[in-house]
Design a protein. Structure first.
Length: 136
């Protein structure tokens, strides 16, 4: 199968590496069985939190923002290719149906591609599996 892409396989692998770095920097801070359990006492509810939200964000890992910007900088065709490769890697389409996946990615594009892709917890795995399935 010969696929002519606007994006190089190296670029897609770089995006996958950045996606993996972003997902590994997200820490699971909940213990099993205690997701979302929050306890308040009356004193803590009366106290003002008193923080500057920007000061907290300064310490965040910039790789998420960097990856988002890289994806947002893609043109329409490149973004559609990235989505189609992700779908192939996720198993939504077979490698032989890449053309159909690409067409659907173009037709269904609504809103920011970066937001859609970064909402996938296994984005890096899907991108790598898609590249492998397409022999890229």
């Amino acid at each position: 199968m010969d696929i002519d892409l606007n994006l190089s396989a190296e670029t897609i692998r770089l995006l996958a590496q950045k996606a993996r770095a972003v997902s590994s920097s997200l820490e699971d801070t909940f213990e099993d069985g205690h997701e979302g359990d929050v306890e308040f006492d009356a004193d803590s509810l009366e106290q003002s939190h008193g923080h500057d939200g920007l000061a907290e964000e300064e310490n965040d890992d910039l790789s998420d923002e960097e990856l988002r910007e890289l994806i947002e900088d893609l043109n329409v065709d490149e973004a559609a290719e990235l989505v189609a490769i992700t779908w192939v890697g996720r198993g939504d389409f077979d490698a032989e149906d890449f053309g159909q996946a690409l067409q659907e990615a173009r037709e269904r594009a609504e809103g920011p591609t970066a937001k859609y892709l970064l909402g996938m917890p296994l984005l890096a795995d899907h991108l790598e599996a898609g590249l492998d399935a397409l022999d890229l």
